[in-house]
Ligand binder design. Structure first.
Ligand code: HEM
Length: 417
């Protein structure tokens, strides 16, 4: 027993987590006046922690491992079973190198250029419709973009269904019931589709360029020289495609920010890349996406008067750290200029995880995410004009993942001349 840290006495907090969503951790941190507390969650004893120091500990691979940290329900929807998110040690760093090699600045620029092209193509179709839902359009645009970039053939007739499946896998992560089952069915379908592609690539039945994600996943050899099974190769290729589609959430939030803070839109219109950079960072900090992350204690240790016993599940408050008042001045204000002062720490700004991506589990796709949001914001600011009709823009914080309820409707979209 840990007597030095507060214990939440609830029998089990799983329902509270669903009900409080992104605020679950901060609500208890505030209640107990402690950045660390113990609770029962998902049927077991867990340690919850927030703050920059907690993030540093969490990303120490001598203290934490990922094996057994992800519930099956998330493996069967969001990640895929036996995927990189669940690996440790040399096998993990070796596979991580593969992901990192697909996301270099050159790849980022290619993806951003494709994103712009596909937004332009989409815009031409909008001229016939009075209104469009930006979130839905972004998913289609990014699904086409991701597949093209990754070397995955995609017929225009299947775009909608594939995009919806990628989205359903993401939408399932904080869900029980129908949303969860939808995510599972979506994953099964996507895995069949991509697995047969991988097999065709290996059998030389479809041509794909070296250097694309599809090629590199199909022909990757692990740390002992073994190729991946076609299923694992498919799961990892989906680990590239799905999160690109997920950027649609940040794009929708970016559009909301342009609407809510017209001064930012003006600055974006007039200013250079430096302001665009800060705007995109603030979108990733301010709006909710990844709520918490989990890992298990690798070896017993004591930190902050708390006993971390081997095997214990530990949860890190990702959303809370991005809104921590000891790290961010007026954290609930949307203020891109705050990034002028930010020194680029690996543990205080963690919308896509913390630490170094090469050695730990931090997202390898941050550069890509930033460039795709930038390309999309430039499209919204410089290439089109539109109106934002009255609609429900509320972001429910008890839904994970969340987004503005209307999906952000725009109307009278015209090319800027
Ligand atoms: C890992 C968030 C975009 C690929 C992660 C993690 C988070 C995250 C929170 C887990 C970090 C950890 O476990 O410590 C996001 C968000 C995105 C995004 C919010 C915006 C939409 C992308 C993109 C890609 C990508 C565009 C690839 C093209 C991955 C992979 C991992 C990962 C492969 C697993 C890394 C590992 O386990 O070592 N991401 N990500 N993500 N992300 Fe992203």
């Amino acid at each position: 027993e840990n007597h030095a840290i507060p214990h939440d006495r609830s029998l089990d907090n799983s329902i509270a987590l669903m009900r409080e969503g992104y605020h679950f951790m901060q609500n208890r941190v505030n209640k107990y006046h402690s950045t660390i507390f113990a609770a029962r969650l998902l049927g077991e004893k867990v340690i919850c922690m927030t703050g920059k120091e907690a993030a540093e500990i969490f990303y120490d691979t001598n203290r934490f491992k990922r094996k057994g940290a992800t519930p099956k329900r998330i493996q069967k929807t969001l990640f895929g079973e036996n995927a990189i998110q669940l690996m440790d040690g040399l096998a993990h760093t070796h596979r991580k190198k593969l992901f990192m090699s697909l996301m270099t600045p050159k790849h980022q620029a290619e993806l951003a250029a494709l994103t712009k092209t596909h937004w332009e193509m989409a815009r031409k179709n909008w001229e016939e419709s009075k209104q469009v839902i930006l979130f839905d359009e972004a998913k289609l645009v990014l699904c086409r973009t991701a597949c093209k970039w990754a070397g995955v053939p995609l017929k225009e007739t299947e775009v909608k269904e594939r995009a919806e499946d990628f989205n359903a896998m993401i939408d399932a992560f904080g869900a029980v019931g129908p949303r969860h089952w939808k995510g599972r069915r979506a994953r099964t379908r996507a895995e069949h589709w991509i697995q047969s592609m991988i097999e065709d690539v290996r059998a030389n039945k479809i041509e794909v360029q070296k250097g694309t994600a599809m090629y590199e996943m199909a022909f990757y050899k692990d740390e002992i020289g073994q190729p991946l099974s076609s299923l694992i190769a498919a799961i990892e290729l989906i680990n590239v495609l799905r999160p690109i589609v997920a950027i649609s959430t940040f794009i929708t939030f970016a559009a909301l920010a342009l609407h809510n803070y017209p001064i930012c839109k003006e600055k974006l219109f007039e200013s250079d890349d430096a302001y665009l950079d800060m705007f995109v960072q603030e979108v990733r900090r301010f709006y909710p996406f990844a709520p918490i992350l989990g890992a298990r204690v690798k070896n017993n240790f004591i930190w902050n008067n708390c006993n971390f016993e081997e095997g214990t599940l530990v949860l890190l408050d990702v959303y809370g750290i991005n809104h921590d008042p000891t790290l961010w001045d007026k954290p609930n204000d949307f203020h891109p200029e705050r990034f002028k002062q930010w020194k680029g720490n690996l543990f205080d700004f963690i919308p896509q995880g913390g630490g170094a991506p090469e050695t730990g589990h931090r997202c390898p796709g941050e550069g890509i995410t930033i460039e795709v949001i930038k390309a999309s914001v430039q499209f919204l600011v410089h290439h089109i004009t539109y109106q934002v009709p009255t609609q429900n823009l509320h972001i429910p914080m008890n839904r994970m993942p969340t987004f503005p309820e209307s999906g952000f409707i725009i109307e009278n979209v015209k090319e800027k001349t």
